[in-house]
Design a protein around this ligand. Structure first.
Ligand code: SF4
Ligand code: SF4
Length: 412
């Protein structure tokens, strides 16, 4: 067991020791499910299909039977695990405290180690490992994709058509420091991450500006790698652990009050998976609510709706702070949709690996979003931003998608 694991309240099972099938799945975690079914209506895949096998209870039952060798492992049954979004809505509503996020990540890792991957899954895993662990390669890939998009070449593949218009990538300032505006009250580290600086550089720019306005000196840790969330969500716990160890060493060498993150999926992963940072990982909205922003300078006359990112609302239980920040902008009218905390179907690579289910979930979300007649739908996670944009384009809607940081920065 590593030092990090030893100090974690929920230690990651030793990966090397996990040689028996399903050894990574904890019996104690699985046994917390009392099969009450109170999570069923909150689960997007159960809501969409009405099938017990596509519910949290059904998936926990399946993994329990596999672990007990009461059911043989089959590719057909593994499909029920593939179809889980990992949104953790079930975890948030479960009265029994089932740690579903931990269960599904361990379950996925087992499934991936036992199956013969389809070409699509093999390609996804290889691409994740080859790009996310190598920031220079990833940036080069982003630059090539931008050129391909300008030449309209990305429109030939589905995942290419889903991309937002790519701009110049986000790059930290010289010296890796952005100074506080006015009195320096805090020093924070900022997670630049892997895909966000390529897909949504403007969201990072707005987030950094807000931090500076809040009196934070912002440090961009050099040699930072992807946090590992995308790998862990896709059953590659070993790959995620390697990235965690590289990053944890680098964060350990720095001094900061908080590590601020503007991507909900990364924030949830760092809170769960980086015990050495315990208590110092903060979502941008959580941190700004703690330290405060100066008085807004401008009125922003917009009707806005807010989509809860699953890994913010369910995994980190942060719902109030984003809404308070939106309401703090003068002239904003916040209109809630009926189910703001139901997943949009993005879920990392899910929209690529499971496009049919992802699209069914997206259609329900689009009905909800469009019924608000908002000018802007706000999210706090790049996957949600991209998925909502895809949905709005398909409906030929003029509604815009913005990261919460961009909306709030409009007031300054
Ligand atoms: S996961 Fe929780 S809410 Fe769902 S059936 Fe099990 S105990 Fe009940
Ligand atoms: S993580 Fe989401 S999709 Fe998976 S079982 Fe839970 S609620 Fe359903």
């Amino acid at each position: 067991m590593t030092e990090d694991q030893a100090s974690s309240p929920h230690p990651t099972p030793s990966l090397q020791a996990a040689t028996a099938p399903f050894a990574r799945l904890s019996d104690d975690d699985l046994a917390t499910c009392v099969h009450c079914g109170l999570c069923l209506d909150a689960c997007p895949t159960f809501r969409t299909t009405g099938l017990e096998t596509e519910s949290p209870r059904g998936r926990i039952y399946l993994m329990t039977q596999w672990k007990r060798s009461s059911l043989p492992f089959t590719e057909e049954q593994a499909k029920h695990i593939d179809l889980c979004l990992g949104c953790r809505t079930c975890e948030a509503v479960c009265p029994s405290g089932v740690p579903y996020g931990r269960i599904i990540e361990a379950g996925r890792a087992e499934v991936e180690s036992l199956r013969r991957p389809t070409p699509k899954r093999w390609l996804a895993k290889t691409a994740l490992r080859q790009l996310l662990a190598h920031p220079v390669r990833l940036r080069a890939f982003g630059s090539v994709t931008r050129l391909a998009q300008a030449a309209r070449l990305t429109s030939f593949v589905r995942s290419g058509r889903q991309l937002p218009p790519l701009r110049a990538q986000f790059r930290p300032p010289a010296g890796n420091i952005a100074p506080a505006i006015g009195e320096r009250k805090y020093r924070v580290a900022f997670l630049v991450g892997c895909v966000m600086p390529i897909l949504y550089p403007q969201s990072h720019q707005a987030a950094v500006k807000l931090l500076q306005l809040a009196g934070c000196e912002v440090w961009f840790p050099p040699d930072e790698h992807c946090c590992g969330a995308l790998l862990a969500h896709n059953g590659d716990l070993e790959g995620a652990e390697r990235l965690r160890d590289v990053n944890a060493r680098m964060y350990g060498a720095g001094s900061f009050d908080a590590l601020v993150i503007d991507s909900a999926g990364c924030g949830a992963h760092l809170k769960d998976f980086y015990p050495s940072l315990q208590g110092r990982v903060k979502d941008l909205t959580e941190w700004l609510a703690e330290v405060g922003l100066p008085e807004p300078k401008r009125e922003v006359g917009l009707r806005v709706t807010y989509q809860d990112a699953c890994h913010l609302a369910h995994a980190q239980r942060i719902r109030k702070q984003p809404r308070e920040l939106i309401r703090s902008v003068p002239g904003i009218e916040l209109v809630e949709m009926r189910h703001p905390d139901i997943c949009c179907g993005a879920a990392g690579l899910y929209s690529t690996l499971e496009p049919a289910m992802s699209n069914r979930i997206l259609q329900e979300k689009m009905d909800d979003v469009l019924s608000t007649r908002a000018d802007v739908v706000v999210a706090a996670n790049p996957g949600c931003q991209m998925q909502l944009e895809v949905g709005l384009r398909a409906r030929r809607s003029g509604m815009k998608v913005e990261h919460l940081s961009e909306l709030v920065a409009r007031a300054y």
